[in-house]
Design a protein. Structure first.
Length: 237
């Protein structure tokens, strides 16, 4: 039988036993350490993976936020441009409307006054039942528009068989201020008594209903049952 050196001694055996025992413990410690390292490595790997996913998610959210902010900014810019364009269109429309109104106003101011067919019928219906009324029909001297407008009243008076002083429209020069619009006057005596010739009263009522006069007046230059219709210059706006 072959014996390894020192195995024939109890002390040697004890020594080798101790060595093997220590080696086993050391090996076991290394094994445990390796397991712990492997566990910690695996746990750290999971943590790193989770951190990487969190960072990636944060980056994706940041990119999405940037894209959304850019989209909102572009949308707001487009809305602002559209709003400004609408304002400019509205301003242009208002300017065009104002220009049209001004042109219409100027045209109205420049146009001669004319009695509409409806106005003529209303005046005629009021005075036709009262022929023979004496009327003085005056216009503004040197104002052709006033004269032509007065002639239209003269045609109605003639059709109603009213007696026009002088047979036509008189052109009068006024020194106490130039009259505007239409004035209808009866004598001061009739005015003081609160009465008017029936034809004159009907004429006043018709003109008031048409908005051509506001009220009738009395004047000392009017005599008896005569009625004075004075056509002054075209009222200023």
């Amino acid at each position: 039988m072959t014996w390894y050196p020192g195995w024939d001694s109890l002390d040697s055996v004890r020594t080798w036993h101790t060595v093997f025992e220590i080696s086993g413990i050391a090996f076991l410690a290394l094994l445990v350490g390796a397991e712990i390292f492997a566990f910690q490595y695996g746990h750290r790997k999971d943590e790193l993976t989770a951190i990487a996913e969190t960072i990636a998610a944060a980056n994706r959210q940041a990119n999405a936020d940037v894209a959304e902010s850019r989209r909102k900014a572009e949308t707001e810019a487009l809305q602002f441009q559209l709003s400004e364009a609408e304002k400019r269109v509205a301003e242009a429309q208002r300017a065009a409307e104002d220009a049209t109104k001004k042109a219409s106003k100027v045209e109205t101011q420049q146009a001669d006054r004319r009695l509409s067919e409806e106005q003529k019928r209303t005046i005629g219906a009021a005075i036709f039942p009262h022929p023979g009324q004496k009327v003085r029909l005056d216009s503004l001297h040197g104002d052709s528009e006033s004269y032509r407008y007065a002639q239209e009243f003269g045609e109605i008076f003639q059709a109603a068989k009213w007696e026009i002083a002088g047979g036509d429209v008189a052109q009068v020069t006024y020194t106490g201020g130039v009259p505007e619009g239409i004035e209808v006057m009866i004598s001061a005596a009739n005015g003081a008594a609160g009465i008017a010739p029936i034809g004159a009263g009907k004429l006043m009522m018709a003109l008031i209903s048409l908005g051509l006069i506001v009220e009738g007046h009395s004047d000392p230059s009017v005599q008896g049952d005569e009625v004075l219709v004075r056509v002054g210059r075209k009222p200023r706006p």
